[in-house]
Ligand binder design. Structure first.
Ligand SMILES: [Zn+2]
Length: 110
């Protein structure tokens, strides 16, 4: 096992306590590209990200099944942010972009 000079930067994989994924550090090379992230890389390494997303899917399916899945077809109720493991609890849209404050009008409009 020899490491090339290209893969020196380690990146933190945040893992997911909810799904039993332990946080650790891995080469940045191991992280999937995620344009919505600030640095363009995901917060979990590939294997863990796959594990996380599949776990999310299963959880979502299980939840739907538990609710009956009859009357809640057109109501995308999401009590928890299941899109991405972001610590902030805001109503983020699917893009994952942070909501920007409305630009204040500068000066009076004539
Ligand atoms: Zn990982």
């Amino acid at each position: 096992m020899t490491t090339d000079a290209t893969t020196t930067a380690l990146r933190r994989c945040i893992g997911s306590a909810k799904f039993g994924i332990e946080a650790h550090e891995a080469p940045a090379d191991e992280f999937p590209a995620q344009p919505s992230q600030r640095d363009g890389l995901g917060r979990m390494c590939k294997p863990h990200w796959n594990q996380y997303t599949s776990a999310l899917r299963k959880a979502a399916l299980a939840r739907k099944a538990a609710e009956g899945g009859a009357a809640v077809v057109a109501a995308p109720i999401a009590p928890e942010p299941v899109e991405a493991p972001v610590p902030i609890r805001t109503r983020a849209k699917r893009g994952g972009k942070a909501a920007e404050p409305a630009a204040a009008s500068q000066g009076d409009a004539g």
